[in-house]
Design a protein around this ligand. Structure first.
Ligand code: GTP
Ligand code: MG
Length: 223
């Protein structure tokens, strides 16, 4: 008889150990790490671009970009002004702690305040693998539909911050905000939520304020 579940548990616990090491390195340098997760095309890189443009000069930022192939997203983050490292997963549907560990070795953490990690676009696998970052941020977007909390509960349950992006499209898309928020509330009551548009800039200041406050908390925290 095969023993499949213990193997999966071993993989996850090995990943957890590496995630703890990553967390230790970030804590030592007092760098806030954010793990940005979302469906393909929800606006992860757009949010990174907006955040980098708004906070460069106030914070020292770096980006780790996870994708199956290409350096397109890291190129966008770099063009916006961040130090950016691309991880190509070679087909894997999520980042894991060892991939992030390799990228951290290429960064001068002592001279950073904020590290944003763009995970591979999907709502399933990234939720299962801790990276060592401090906060999980989920970017939902209006065109995806209001049923996503119901269909992908694992992702919605485990996040610390929820962004609802592309609110500029609300007049054109059948997205029932009340239904969406009811689903979120059942899974993750009271989760910090910001509705915004990376296209128009609506709602971005509240997100940027949250980021700056979280960075300040991290810098005050003991290593
Ligand atoms: N209308 C509108 N379009 C947006 C908004 N944010 C992002 N987009 C567009 O959505 C598309 C996907 O945005 P990305 O930022 O590349 O999305 P992503 O989540 O990084 O995508 P992957 O990395 O491929 O998973 C682009 O065409 C963006 O211009 C928004 O607030 N409103
Ligand atoms: Mg992207």
């Amino acid at each position: 008889m095969t023993r499949r579940i213990p193997v999966i548990e071993d993989i996850l616990s090995a990943n957890d150990r590496l995630a703890d090491e990553n967390r230790g390195r970030l804590n030592e340098a007092r760098v806030l790490g954010l793990n940005l997760m979302a469906s393909p095309g929800a606006g992860k890189t757009s949010l990174i671009e907006q955040t980098v443009r708004a906070l460069t000069g106030r914070l020292r930022l770096a980006v780790i970009d996870g994708d199956i192939a290409t350096s397109l997203d890291a190129d966008r983050a770099a063009a916006a002004g961040a130090t950016a490292i691309q991880i190509n997963t070679g087909g894997e549907c999520h980042l894991d702690a060892i991939m992030v560990q390799g990228a951290l070795q290429q960064l001068d953490l002592a001279h950073l305040d904020l590290l944003m990690v763009e995970n591979v676009g999907n709502l399933i696998c990234p939720a299962a693998f801790r990276l060592g970052t401090h906060r999980n941020v989920l970017i939902a977007s209006v065109p995806e539909g209001d049923d996503k909390p119901y269909k992908y509960p694992g992702m919605y349950r485990g996040v610390d911050v929820l962004l609802i992006n592309k609110v500029d499209l609300l007049p054109y898309v059948a997205f029932d905000m009340a239904r969406f928020q009811k689903g979120v509330e059942q899974l993750n009551p009271g989760v910090t939520t910001f509705a915004l548009s990376c296209r128009t800039g609506e709602g971005l200041p509240a997100w940027l304020g949250w980021v700056e406050a979280a960075v300040a908390d991290r810098r005050r925290a003991r290593a």
